[in-house]
Write a new protein. Structure first.
Length: 509
């Protein structure tokens, strides 16, 4: 079954009529099963623009289109005009014969560029998809992005609750997510296990606000009858050329029965937040370190927020406490280590803020992603380039570690990640780095995007954890299998004596 997806027409202010008409010509020609528009039909959400859209431009499309609004459509109380001129801001389309369900949601907040799914929309995702058999093709449509997109600057315009949205998408085994908003086309394959989700961002059909060299485009997504294989193509309207963005299976590689040889074991800790205050627990820290020391591993990675407020006494304490860990260790700073004197003290007590560790099995670069006195982080284009130049060892596991998360975490507001998360994610994934370790938000998580595994650590010893099971660290085991590498991530909730496998990924060479 085939989908035609188009987005961000911006009828009115920045509207390019020529490319809209060109795009509509193709939409009318392509024989597809579903035609979907992913928001920003108008530029300012005004009556004038809605009238133009309804009376002049939408009638040019001779196909039935499923539409949801974008942030521009809800400007100037345009959400009420959408209902008046276009119809409901949500839709659910069920095709029982073909076993396809498409849920369209409104991710906008009135008069704001940022989006929010909100608990009701998240609940709706579970209600529509959680108990639906995986034989069905499950499609979710909303305007804003959840994963950071290349060339789009700071990721402040993703949905604020993107972590919860991603969790719902993964929990419900949704096959296809369609978004607009960033005016650039992009495809990522996201998985936390057996089923891949294709996260598809559609470019703009007719908004003059384009990004870099991105051209006006429409996107087609085609699944085979068994829903095991997908092909995604983007039509660049100016050149009339088709570009294939994805052509592959959507079922993830099977976890092997025989793991093969254990290549590397890494213990990942973060957010020790060492201080004399009540939020740091010496007892919990000591208990965690005892367990860490009893595990055979190659390396411990500390993903930052070593101290609570970058005080001298905290760095002093931290050096003594972390000295109790008997394994080799690599450390990167977090924003709590980057208050005004933090960088100087960090270097005095822990050495350079950027570091490297190599053995015969892996190469790992520790990156300083912090900005002085800021919560948000940045890596920067030049550092990214040098990471890729430094991490290209064919036989070794190529790893980078920094503090700020790239993939939004559940139960947290998506606001303190990297300013340049879109560019960094694209470089990491296209550069085929094997493993990315981060440590933000005192919350654990792991995902696979394309061929890269991302793991975020919780907190080892701060009492402000975002997990009902308490303080934790991650054990990452990498096995060499017949076909590639198998990554097993186990989270140890050492204070209550429990552990749980939070991710298993088998990535073929
Ligand atoms: Fe837009
Ligand atoms: Fe938008």
């Amino acid at each position: 079954m085939k989908f035609v997806v188009f987005s961000d027409a911006h009828i009115g202010g920045k509207f390019n009529e020529e490319t809209f008409i060109e795009g509509v010509k193709y939409i009318n020609e392509i024989d597809a099963d579903y035609y979907i528009f992913t928001g920003d039909l108008t530029d300012q959400g005004t009556v004038f623009e809605y009238e133009l859209a309804k009376n002049k431009y939408l009638p040019m499309i001779k196909k039935p289109v499923l539409l949801i609004p974008g942030n521009h459509d809800v400007k100037n109380v345009g959400d009420l005009l959408w209902e008046e001129y276009i119809g409901p801001r949500y839709f659910v389309h069920i095709d029982k014969t073909r076993k396809v369900k498409i849920l369209g949601l409104d991710s906008n907040e009135p008069d704001q560029n940022t989006g929010r799914m909100g608990p009701k929309a998240i609940e709706r995702i579970y209600k529509e998809f959680e108990d639906l058999d995986d034989e069905w093709l499950k499609v979710l449509v909303f305007h804003h992005q959840t994963l950071p997109i290349k060339y789009t600057g700071r990721e402040r315009s993703a949905v604020i609750d993107a972590g919860d949205a991603i969790k719902a998408i993964m929990d419900c085994n949704i096959n296809l997510v369609l978004n607009g908003h960033r005016h650039i086309s992009n495809v990522y394959k996201l998985t936390d296990g057996d089923i891949k989700t294709l996260i598809v961002n559609c470019g703009t059909i007719s908004c003059k606000k384009t990004r870099y060299h991105e051209e006006y485009s429409i996107t087609t997504v085609e699944f085979d009858e068994e829903k095991l294989h997908a092909k995604i193509e983007v039509l660049l309207l100016k050149d009339n050329t088709w570009v294939t963005k994805f052509d592959g299976d959507i079922v993830e590689h099977v976890i092997p029965d025989d793991f093969g040889e254990l290549e590397a074991t890494i213990i990942q800790i973060a957010n020790t937040e060492i201080s004399r205050g009540a939020s740091f627990s010496t007892d919990i820290f000591t208990k965690g370190v005892q367990l860490i020391n009893s595990i055979d591993c190659d390396l411990v990675v500390h993903n930052g927020d070593i101290t609570n407020r970058s005080y001298v006494r905290e760095f002093n304490m931290a050096r003594n406490y972390l000295g109790l860990i008997k394994h080799d260790m690599i450390v990167v700073p977090g924003p709590k280590d980057s208050f005004p004197l933090g960088k100087d003290l960090y270097e005095e007590y822990f050495g350079p803020t950027e570091s490297e560790y190599t053995n015969d099995k892996m190469k790992i670069l520790g990156i300083n992603s912090c900005i002085l006195d800021e919560k948000i982080g940045r890596i920067g284009r030049n550092t990214c380039k040098s990471i890729l130049e430094n991490l290209h060892s064919k036989n070794k596991i190529n790893i980078i570690a920094f503090h700020h998360n790239i993939i939004p975490l559940p139960r947290t507001k998506h606001d303190s990640e990297l300013q340049d998360a879109g560019d960094v994610l694209s470089l990491i994934v296209n550069g085929k780095l094997n493993l990315v370790l981060t440590g933000a938000k005192n919350t654990s998580g792991c995902w696979q995007i394309d061929d890269t595994v991302f793991v975020n650590a919780g907190t080892l010893s701060s009492r402000s954890y975002n997990n009902r099971l308490g303080n934790s660290f991650n054990l990452i085991q990498v096995y060499r299998t017949k076909k590639g590498r198998y990554y097993k991530i186990t989270e140890f909730f050492f204070d209550i004596g429990e552990s749980k496998v939070i991710g298993e990924f088998h990535i073929y060479d």
